[in-house]
Design a protein around this ligand. Sequence first.
Ligand SMILES: Cc1cc2nc3c(=O)[nH]c(=O)nc-3n(C[C@H](O)[C@H](O)[C@H](O)COP(=O)(O)OP(=O)(O)OC[C@H]3O[C@@H](n4cnc5c(N)ncnc54)[C@H](O)[C@@H]3O)c2cc1C
Length: 324
Amino acid sequence: MRPFDYHRPDAPDAACHAAAEAGAKFLAGGTNLVDLMKLEVMAPTALVDLSRLGLDRIEEDGEGLRLGATVTNSDLAADPRIRSQWPVLSRALLAGASGQLRNKATTGGNLLQRTRCPYFYDTSADCNKRDPGAGCAALGGVQRNHAILGTSDHCVALHPSDMAVALRALDARVALRDGDGLTRVIAMDDLYRLPGDRPDLETTLAPAELITAVHLPAPHGDRQVYRKVRDRASYAFALVSMGAVLAMDAGRITHAALAYGGLAPRPWRDTEAESLLIGERPSEALFAAVADRLLRDAHPHEGTEFKVPLARRVVAAVLREATQ
Ligand SMILES: Cc1cc2nc3c(=O)[nH]c(=O)nc-3n(C[C@H](O)[C@H](O)[C@H](O)COP(=O)(O)OP(=O)(O)OC[C@H]3O[C@@H](n4cnc5c(N)ncnc54)[C@H](O)[C@@H]3O)c2cc1C
C-alpha cells in the first residue's frame, strides 16, 4: 500500500472540500476501497473519512425513508420499517457479503463498490476499467462471472451490488452534494453508466461528489421477492439475482418492477419486459415471454452461456413466488 493523507471532517461540506484535492477518495466502511489499495489497484493520495458526518441515520421522509449514506448494511437490513415495508431491500442486503462485512459496509459504499472482475483486481492483466485504453483481458480469458447484457467491446465486467438491485426495483433516488455545496437528487436509474468505450467511468457522479442519502419512496407493491443464485449458499456474489416488487388486483398484475444482478454492468431493468405483465393473469407462458423480452439482446461469451437459461429459470421462479 502506498502512503496517503487522511482527513476526518465533521460535516459534508468539509468532506466534499477535502475530496476535491486531486487523487482523494471518500472512505466509508473501507471494505472494498482498502482491499483495492492493498492490491494497488487504487492508490488515492488522500482518504476522506465519512464516519463523522452525521449521515448514519434512517429517517421518515414524507411517504418513505431517507437512508443516510453511512448507515451500515446491517442496521439497514435489521430496521423494522425496512423489514416490514421494503423486505426486498432487507433480503438483498442479507444475501450480500457476510455479517462482519455488513457491519462495516455502508449504503453509499455499497452502491459505489467496484466490480469483482478478476482481471480488474489483477494488475498484471490488461483492463480498460483500471487503465483506459489498455485492452480487456477478460474478453480472451476465463469467463464465468461476467455480464451478458449492456456490455461493450471494451468491458464485460459486472456490477456486483445486491442492494443496488433492490433499490432499482424500488425506484429509489440518490441525494448528492458537491464541493461547491450544490445538491441534486437523481434516480437510481441515472446513477450508473454503461461501459461503452469508457468502462473506467462507472457512474454519473462528478469528482468529489458525495452520496449523502438514498430516498426510498413508499413501495408500489406489497409482493416483494429477492432471489440470488450463486456458487455457495453465502459469502458469494450473484451469478444471477432478481428483485421484484409487484401488486395485484382481482387476479391481475397491476404493477411490476423487476431488477436484475449478475447480468449487466449496472443493476438492470427492462421496462418493456415489465410492461408485458401489466393487466395480465399470471401464467408460465407469460413469465416465459417476460424472460424472452429481457434476454432478447443478451450477448453471452464462451463461459457465460449458462446465464441465459439460468436467468430464464430465475425470472419464472420469482414471478411464480410473487404472484402466488
Ligand atoms: C469477501 C467479500 C464478499 C462480498 N460479497 C458481497 C455480496 O455478495 N454482495 C454485495 O452486494 N457486496 C458484497 N461485498 C461488497 C461489500 O458489500 C462492499 O465492500 C461494501 O458494501 C462497500 O461499502 P463500504 O462502506 O465498505 O465502501 P468503501 O470500501 O469505503 O468505499 C467503496 C467506494 O465507494 C466510495 N464511497 C463510499 N461512500 C461514498 C459516498 N457516500 N459518496 C461517494 N462515494 C463513496 C469510496 O470512495 C470507494 O470508491 C463483498 C465484499 C467482500 C470483501
